[in-house]
Design a protein around this ligand. Structure first.
Ligand code: PFF
Length: 457
């Protein structure tokens, strides 16, 4: 084992790891993205949720285990972890490219992720200052539109969010990442439970549940399937090196299988619960959920403005979203920072702040893509959409596919079994799902989406 490897940090205990991994998983994906993708798939929300749940169980969970396995076995940042495990198993060092895709992809996601988190900071600030007072849908749209049209405001909040994220990473694995999650996650959970109960009292929970679980097979539309799969990847933080980096700080004793089950269950549970709270308010106040990416910033403030004590609700709601986003963002910055510190021996704080600069710059371009630069389109999309599309529809699934092939077919059963210590039956089930179901599932969705979809219509 190399010098760097033997002196690496490790999480305080198994629960600390579960906590940080849940912190990474639960984020804007479960709240902002989930609600707007679901809201946009009118009539097929049930299908989207069913595909998402199936993908979490059959593709996400097995991959989560595989990614943590590589991190822990390789004992290094994602590039080194891939290199070490590839070498140990007699495979080509080019597998390290997968680590590169992860650490760079994570920075790319972070650039637009922190812009959206900035929106949440802005609304939180407005709520603190007396509430976002909107009485009609047009007013809500105008308020959100004003934010999107203001490069100054977007850039300011984005900058603040990048700084908050970097400050945590600069403090280290245990003193920064773990400590931040220990404070934020329990609070996040508590706020969510309160919000859901409150939302059920003043809103229309039965309508929300009907909306979310109305499964009609005829509603299966082509895009819904890849949306469901992409969302499973995004919401479980798969394929971007984040979970691999976190796994590299995991001790040998912790059982990866059971730990991952906790992470997946918590991710799904928190996602569904926040969806229920959001839609309950939406329907309770006679609003329609299909407002696109601005859903929680247009529809919800409208509901807040009409409900008793709405501004208190708004403060807690946006705090909840910010905690969720912050704990995910730190996991997006960590992989590259750990690579810098381990590769060049740079002090962590310096590595963190210097990594944040390109992320911040790309984020500034994303802020401008909503206003000044909205005319610049790449494949018909503004920069913001392009980055999100690239990451969720291509990079994450393809990287997931490569991880499944690497662990399922190249790493060798001895190494795999040494890391995944499950009862033989359970192990066999997981290993076969990883070898066959995961690659075939991802490939089928790709072929369908990229080749057959237009053809079949
Ligand atoms: N899982 C996070 C969310 O749902 O918001 C986003 C994310 C974090 C994606 C880390 C990828 C990642 F590596």
């Amino acid at each position: 084992m190399s010098q760097a490897a033997s002196t690496r940090s490790t999480w305080s205990n198994r629960w600390a790891f579960i906590l940080v991994a849940i912190g990474s998983a639960v984020g804007l994906g479960n709240i902002w993205k989930f609600s707007y993708i679901a809201g946009a798939s009118e009539g097929s929300v049930g299908v989207f949720i069913a595909v998402y749940l199936a993908c979490v169980a059959l593709i996400g969970l097995p991959l989560l285990m595989a990614e943590i396995l590589i991190g822990r076995r390789g004992r290094g940042n994602p590039v080194v972890a891939m290199l070490n495990t590839a070498e140990e198993s007699g495979n080509s060092p080019y597998w390290a490219l997968l680590g590169w895709v992860g650490i760079l992809g994570a920075l790319m996601i972070l650039a637009y992720y922190s812009v959206v988190s900035g929106w949440m900071l802005d609304y939180f600030w407005q709520s603190l200052a007396g509430g976002v007072d909107v009485k009609t849908a047009e007013e809500a749209e105008r308020t959100f539109g004003a934010l999107m049209a203001s490069p100054m405001r977007l850039c300011f909040w984005h900058t603040l969010f990048v700084a908050l994220t970097t400050a945590v990473i600069a403090r280290g694995v245990v003193g920064g990442i773990e400590a931040a999650n220990r404070i934020m996650l329990p609070l996040l959970f508590l706020i969510l439970v309160l919000l859901t109960l409150w939302g059920a009292v003043v809103g229309d929970m039965p309508a929300a549940l009907r909306f979310m679980f109305n499964f009609k097979t005829e509603a299966i539309k082509p895009g819904v399937v890849i949306d469901g799969m992409g969302h499973a990847f995004f919401s479980l933080s798969i394929g971007m090196g984040a979970i691999m980096a976190y796994g590299s700080y995991l001790d040998k004793k912790t059982n990866i299988g059971y730990t991952c089950a906790w992470i997946a269950i918590a991710g799904v549970f928190i996602g569904l619960l926040s969806g229920a709270a959001i839609f309950s308010l939406t329907f309770g106040y006679g609003l329609t959920p299909a407002a696109g990416p601005g859903l929680i910033l247009q529809t919800l403030p409208l509901a807040f403005s009409h409900m008793p004590g709405g501004w208190v609700f708004a403060i807690f709601f946006f705090l909840f979203v910010i905690f969720a986003a912050w704990t995910s963002a730190i996991s997006l910055l960590e992989p590259f920072v750990s690579w810098l510190t381990e590769r060049y021996g740079i002090h962590r704080a310096r590595a963190a702040w210097s990594t944040s600069v390109p992320v911040w710059l790309l984020g500034l371009a994303v802020c401008l893509s909503f206003n000044e630069w909205s005319g610049f389109k790449f494949f018909g999309r503004i920069l913001f959409d392009l980055l999100d599309h690239l990451a969720t529809r291509f990079m994450m699934p393809l990287s997931g596919l490569a991880i499944a092939i690497f662990v399922g077919w190249r790493l060798g059963k001895t190494i795999v079994a040494d890391e995944i210590r499950l009862k033989p039956r359970l192990f066999g089930l997981w290993f076969n799902v990883l070898r066959f179901v995961v690659p075939v599932g991802i490939a089928l969705v790709f072929v369908y989406e990229l080749v057959l979809r237009d053809w079949l219509q």
